[in-house]
Design a protein around this ligand. Structure first.
Ligand code: ADP
Length: 222
């Protein structure tokens, strides 16, 4: 039996757990994980012009301009691995981006909002560590690496606090979320696509809640 084609968007504030849940969802359904944050950080690491432009915004905790991310995502959604669906993590992040995605004709089946209280978000972000080489994310409390210092995937690479995870930058990112991204909750709610999931608890507990609401098995044939 062929599963229905999934077009998943993960929505939620920074630190809501989008990246961790995304990994489990894409593994379960065999669809590509498209994270605009990861793509932009990759551009920064490679020293491209796009990376240099994006860094100016990311360092301040501001959103990168819509046109830049929309072009990047449109290109990525054209790859052949998206034929059977996709998971977008960190995109769209503004109504402008959602309108562009809608106009591009890529079918979105599920918009999953990870609901997490402010206090927990700040706690999660400040205990987040990541690998500067491969971008893998850890948490000193809930998901430490094997020795707590180095990346499990990249030998000898020490984990770091992501440059935009400093306290002042986090505050800006949360402000940007409220101003620019939170309106998408209503936008997708009005289109009947929004699925609200309690994002508090362990990664596995939240994943079980996602599986309960995701539309696989439903008839989303095009
Ligand atoms: P988080 O979800 O923890 O905020 P991300 O890795 O998704 O982290 O994003 C990091 C930064 O990259 C954002 O603060 C923003 O500056 C930029 N960014 C990522 N995705 C987008 C997007 N869709 N539109 C604009 N800026 C983005």
């Amino acid at each position: 039996m062929t599963p229905a084609r999934l077009g998943v968007i993960l929505l939620g504030p920074p630190g809501a757990g989008k990246g961790s849940e995304a990994e489990l969802i894409v593994e379960r359904y065999g669809i590509p994980h498209i994270s605009t944050g990861d793509m932009l950080r990759q551009q920064i690491r490679s020293g491209t012009e796009l990376g240099r432009l994006a860094a100016r915004f990311i360092e301040k905790g501001l959103l990168v301009p819509d046109k830049v991310v929309v072009d990047m995502v449109s290109d990525r959604l054209g790859w052949s691995d998206c034929e059977n669906g996709f998971l977008l993590d960190g995109f769209p992040r503004s109504v402008g981006q959602a309108e562009a995605l809608h106009a591009s004709g890529h079918t979105v089946t599920d918009v999953i909002l990870l609901d997490v209280g402010d206090e927990l978000i700040v706690r999660r972000i400040t205990s987040r560590r990541s690998c500067p080489a491969c971008g893998r994310v850890y948490n000193v409390v809930t998901l430490p690496s094997r020795d707590g210092v180095h990346c499990d995937s990249c030998q000898d690479v020490e984990l770091i606090v992501r440059a935009d995870d400093g306290e002042a930058t986090i505050r800006n990112r949360l402000r940007e979320y409220q101003a620019m991204t939170a309106p998408l909750v209503e936008w997708y709610g009005a289109r009947g696509l929004l699925k609200r999931v309690n994002g508090e608890g362990t990664v596995d507990e939240v994943f079980v809640r996602i599986l309960e609401v995701i539309s696989v098995g439903g008839s989303t044939e095009e």
